[in-house]
Ligand binder design. Sequence first.
Ligand code: SF4
Ligand code: MG
Length: 313
Amino acid sequence: DHLKKYFPITGGVLQRTVGNVKAVDDISFKIHRGESFGLVGESGCGKSTVGRTILRLLEKTSGTVLYKGQDIHGLSRNSMRSLRPKMQIVFQDPYSSLNPRIKVGEAIGEALLDHGLVDRKDLKDKVIETLKICGLAHYHYDRYPHEFSGGQRQRIGIARALILNPEFVVADEPVSALDVSIQAQIINLLSDLQQDKHLTYMFISHDLSVVKHLCTRIGVMYLGSMVEMGSKDELFRNPLHPYTKALLSAIPIPDPTLKRERIVLKGDIPSPANPPSGCKFHTRCPVATDLCKEQVPEYRDMGGNHFVACHLV
Ligand code: SF4
Ligand code: MG
């Protein structure tokens, strides 16, 4: 609710704060139990920061994060620690968070021991069970991270999150580093796990065609703000924000009789330390007017749980 996460920029000899990177700049949304909420936008728009802040892996700047009604940024260290297994994250590159000298089985079991969720004698069985659920084999327990392919490493990353028996999982670009053929396998795994374990997901991706397969609702972020949100069907059928339209137009359509004009956005995403005035998208928007440079568009409910922030809608 009105979540902000700013990172201070320091400068000069005294390292005073000279500005802020407004990574997340006042966004509000809900994720319902059992759903898969997709958060999309170009890299650098603040998606990962949202993911980490709602899990309290990062402290917020302001706003509130409620998890089942509980203000998690107000919890003590101990209460947060006991809640931690319930809310897990899967990273884009699990390899970077695996110690190359620790056997994969031990790395997966570590958190379980840490949280005191298992007796040491049952640990290995539990890890092997989780490896299998994630499409790996019992003999992988004793292997080292470098012995695995990209897709297998992502299975390890998922196993590490899953072994804690979470309710809510943030998947931060979990397939972006993988070959397209492997992407589908990992998406299917995540989808199966969701059904079997009744998981709730927030699935972060810069690729709308990836969230299309997994998500029921989608939020579109641009430069720290939520610019559009709605059900997947609504968003794909009736995108309202010019930015969403541009993102959608970049997805190839398999049917050659259907024509969709590709909207190419000019320029790069501006710096979140110095965002454009008015509508932050105005420097790249193909239909911007003078008003857009001056006034911040209100984030409005268009009915049917479809929200959008644009003067022209
Ligand atoms: Fe484009 Fe203006 Fe709408 Fe922003 S408010 S998306 S600049 S038309
Ligand atoms: Mg990211």
